[in-house]
Design a protein. Sequence first.
Length: 200
Amino acid sequence: MLEEEYNPRRQLPPQLRPAPPEEPAFSFEVRPATTRDIPDMLEIYNHYVANSTVTFDEDALTLREMRQKFRHVVDELHFPWLVAVSPTGMILGYTFVTPWKQKAAYRFTVEDSIYLSPAATGKGIGKALLGRMLDDAAEAGVKEVISVIADRGADASIQMHKSFGFTEVGRMGKVGFKFGRWLGTVLLQKSLKKPKKPKP
Protein backbone atom coordinates (compact mmCIF):
# COMPACT_ATOMS: atom_id res chain seq x y z
CA MET A 1 0.00 0.00 0.00
CA LEU A 2 1.27 3.43 -0.92
CA GLU A 3 1.74 5.98 1.80
CA GLU A 4 -0.78 8.42 0.30
CA GLU A 5 -3.47 5.74 0.38
CA TYR A 6 -3.47 5.46 4.19
CA ASN A 7 -2.13 8.94 4.89
CA PRO A 8 -4.08 11.35 2.67
CA ARG A 9 -2.37 14.57 1.72
CA ARG A 10 -3.26 17.56 3.80
CA GLN A 11 -4.78 20.53 2.00
CA LEU A 12 -4.63 24.17 2.92
CA PRO A 13 -7.90 25.71 4.05
CA PRO A 14 -9.67 27.68 1.30
CA GLN A 15 -8.66 31.07 2.74
CA LEU A 16 -4.97 30.13 2.59
CA ARG A 17 -4.95 28.65 -0.88
CA PRO A 18 -3.42 30.82 -3.63
CA ALA A 19 -5.95 32.50 -5.88
CA PRO A 20 -6.31 30.89 -9.30
CA PRO A 21 -4.74 32.89 -12.12
CA GLU A 22 -7.08 35.42 -13.69
CA GLU A 23 -8.27 34.71 -17.19
CA PRO A 24 -6.89 37.21 -19.68
CA ALA A 25 -9.33 39.99 -20.54
CA PHE A 26 -11.17 39.53 -23.82
CA SER A 27 -9.70 41.80 -26.47
CA PHE A 28 -9.76 42.34 -30.20
CA GLU A 29 -8.84 44.94 -32.78
CA VAL A 30 -10.71 46.26 -35.81
CA ARG A 31 -8.66 46.70 -38.98
CA PRO A 32 -9.15 46.79 -42.76
CA ALA A 33 -9.69 43.34 -44.20
CA THR A 34 -7.13 41.82 -46.55
CA THR A 35 -7.33 39.03 -49.12
CA ARG A 36 -5.79 36.67 -46.52
CA ASP A 37 -8.94 37.09 -44.41
CA ILE A 38 -11.31 35.94 -47.17
CA PRO A 39 -11.40 32.19 -46.32
CA ASP A 40 -12.24 32.92 -42.67
CA MET A 41 -14.90 35.46 -43.62
CA LEU A 42 -16.36 32.98 -46.08
CA GLU A 43 -16.65 30.34 -43.36
CA ILE A 44 -18.51 32.79 -41.12
CA TYR A 45 -20.87 33.84 -43.91
CA ASN A 46 -21.69 30.32 -45.04
CA HIS A 47 -22.56 29.38 -41.46
CA TYR A 48 -25.39 31.92 -41.63
CA VAL A 49 -26.43 30.77 -45.10
CA ALA A 50 -26.92 27.23 -43.79
CA ASN A 51 -28.31 27.97 -40.34
CA SER A 52 -30.17 31.28 -40.23
CA THR A 53 -32.32 33.85 -41.97
CA VAL A 54 -29.78 36.61 -41.33
CA THR A 55 -29.02 36.29 -45.04
CA PHE A 56 -31.59 35.30 -47.63
CA ASP A 57 -28.93 33.38 -49.59
CA GLU A 58 -29.77 29.68 -49.75
CA ASP A 59 -26.61 28.43 -51.47
CA ALA A 60 -23.17 28.65 -49.92
CA LEU A 61 -20.93 31.33 -51.39
CA THR A 62 -17.81 30.05 -53.13
CA LEU A 63 -14.31 31.31 -52.46
CA ARG A 64 -14.18 32.73 -55.99
CA GLU A 65 -17.43 34.66 -55.48
CA MET A 66 -16.21 36.05 -52.16
CA ARG A 67 -12.95 37.18 -53.73
CA GLN A 68 -14.81 38.89 -56.57
CA LYS A 69 -17.07 40.73 -54.12
CA PHE A 70 -14.10 41.77 -51.99
CA ARG A 71 -12.18 43.13 -54.98
CA HIS A 72 -15.23 45.02 -56.23
CA VAL A 73 -15.93 46.67 -52.87
CA VAL A 74 -12.36 47.44 -51.83
CA ASP A 75 -10.36 47.87 -55.04
CA GLU A 76 -12.98 49.29 -57.42
CA LEU A 77 -15.41 51.20 -55.19
CA HIS A 78 -12.93 52.04 -52.40
CA PHE A 79 -15.55 51.33 -49.76
CA PRO A 80 -14.63 50.05 -46.28
CA TRP A 81 -14.41 46.33 -45.50
CA LEU A 82 -13.29 45.66 -41.94
CA VAL A 83 -12.55 42.69 -39.72
CA ALA A 84 -12.41 42.19 -35.97
CA VAL A 85 -9.38 40.11 -35.02
CA SER A 86 -8.38 38.39 -31.77
CA PRO A 87 -4.83 38.72 -30.38
CA THR A 88 -4.08 35.28 -31.88
CA GLY A 89 -5.19 36.39 -35.34
CA MET A 90 -8.61 34.71 -35.38
CA ILE A 91 -11.26 36.53 -37.43
CA LEU A 92 -14.17 37.19 -35.05
CA GLY A 93 -16.40 39.10 -37.47
CA TYR A 94 -16.47 41.47 -40.39
CA THR A 95 -18.44 44.29 -41.96
CA PHE A 96 -18.61 45.99 -45.34
CA VAL A 97 -20.87 48.19 -47.44
CA THR A 98 -22.12 47.73 -50.98
CA PRO A 99 -24.05 50.02 -53.35
CA TRP A 100 -27.71 50.21 -52.43
CA LYS A 101 -28.73 50.13 -56.11
CA GLN A 102 -26.79 49.95 -59.36
CA LYS A 103 -28.19 53.12 -60.94
CA ALA A 104 -25.73 56.01 -60.92
CA ALA A 105 -27.93 58.36 -58.90
CA TYR A 106 -27.65 55.99 -55.92
CA ARG A 107 -23.84 56.23 -55.83
CA PHE A 108 -23.75 57.95 -52.43
CA THR A 109 -26.04 55.40 -50.76
CA VAL A 110 -24.89 52.00 -49.50
CA GLU A 111 -26.21 48.96 -47.68
CA ASP A 112 -24.24 47.66 -44.71
CA SER A 113 -23.59 44.04 -43.73
CA ILE A 114 -22.20 42.67 -40.46
CA TYR A 115 -21.44 39.03 -39.69
CA LEU A 116 -19.94 37.68 -36.47
CA SER A 117 -18.46 34.29 -35.71
CA PRO A 118 -21.09 32.35 -33.72
CA ALA A 119 -18.70 32.18 -30.75
CA ALA A 120 -18.06 35.94 -30.84
CA THR A 121 -21.55 37.29 -30.29
CA GLY A 122 -22.47 39.31 -27.21
CA LYS A 123 -18.97 40.71 -26.70
CA GLY A 124 -19.35 44.19 -28.23
CA ILE A 125 -17.70 43.23 -31.50
CA GLY A 126 -20.70 44.15 -33.63
CA LYS A 127 -20.83 47.65 -32.15
CA ALA A 128 -17.10 48.15 -32.66
CA LEU A 129 -17.35 47.07 -36.29
CA LEU A 130 -20.42 49.18 -37.02
CA GLY A 131 -18.99 52.30 -35.39
CA ARG A 132 -15.71 52.08 -37.30
CA MET A 133 -17.49 51.23 -40.55
CA LEU A 134 -19.71 54.31 -40.31
CA ASP A 135 -16.66 56.53 -39.80
CA ASP A 136 -14.79 54.96 -42.72
CA ALA A 137 -17.84 55.10 -44.98
CA ALA A 138 -18.23 58.81 -44.27
CA GLU A 139 -14.56 59.32 -45.14
CA ALA A 140 -15.19 57.46 -48.41
CA GLY A 141 -17.92 59.95 -49.37
CA VAL A 142 -20.96 57.88 -48.42
CA LYS A 143 -24.00 60.00 -47.50
CA GLU A 144 -26.68 57.44 -46.63
CA VAL A 145 -26.45 53.96 -45.12
CA ILE A 146 -29.35 51.53 -45.45
CA SER A 147 -29.63 48.42 -43.31
CA VAL A 148 -31.95 45.65 -44.48
CA ILE A 149 -32.63 43.24 -41.61
CA ALA A 150 -34.84 40.16 -41.47
CA ASP A 151 -37.99 40.74 -39.42
CA ARG A 152 -37.54 37.48 -37.49
CA GLY A 153 -34.71 36.57 -35.17
CA ALA A 154 -32.71 39.76 -35.67
CA ASP A 155 -33.94 42.01 -32.86
CA ALA A 156 -30.42 42.47 -31.50
CA SER A 157 -29.19 43.74 -34.88
CA ILE A 158 -32.10 46.16 -35.17
CA GLN A 159 -31.47 47.55 -31.69
CA MET A 160 -27.74 47.88 -32.34
CA HIS A 161 -28.35 49.91 -35.49
CA LYS A 162 -30.85 52.12 -33.68
CA SER A 163 -28.25 52.76 -30.97
CA PHE A 164 -26.06 54.30 -33.69
CA GLY A 165 -28.81 56.64 -34.87
CA PHE A 166 -30.44 54.50 -37.55
CA THR A 167 -34.17 55.09 -37.85
CA GLU A 168 -36.73 52.66 -39.18
CA VAL A 169 -37.96 53.87 -42.57
CA GLY A 170 -40.10 50.95 -43.68
CA ARG A 171 -41.01 47.30 -43.62
CA MET A 172 -41.67 44.81 -46.37
CA GLY A 173 -43.62 41.66 -45.66
CA LYS A 174 -43.17 38.23 -47.21
CA VAL A 175 -40.40 39.23 -49.63
CA GLY A 176 -38.21 36.21 -48.86
CA PHE A 177 -38.89 32.49 -48.55
CA LYS A 178 -36.35 30.35 -46.69
CA PHE A 179 -36.53 27.19 -44.58
CA GLY A 180 -40.14 26.74 -45.66
CA ARG A 181 -41.44 30.05 -44.33
CA TRP A 182 -42.07 33.57 -45.55
CA LEU A 183 -39.86 36.36 -44.24
CA GLY A 184 -40.08 40.12 -44.28
CA THR A 185 -37.48 42.83 -43.87
CA VAL A 186 -37.03 45.91 -41.73
CA LEU A 187 -35.35 48.90 -43.41
CA LEU A 188 -33.31 51.33 -41.34
CA GLN A 189 -31.43 54.41 -42.54
CA LYS A 190 -28.73 56.73 -41.25
CA SER A 191 -27.36 59.93 -42.78
CA LEU A 192 -23.61 60.43 -42.54
CA LYS A 193 -21.53 63.57 -42.29
CA LYS A 194 -17.92 63.53 -43.35
CA PRO A 195 -15.78 63.87 -40.20
CA LYS A 196 -14.10 67.21 -39.81
CA LYS A 197 -10.32 66.96 -39.92
CA PRO A 198 -8.66 68.12 -36.72
CA LYS A 199 -7.05 71.53 -36.89
CA PRO A 200 -3.25 71.46 -37.15
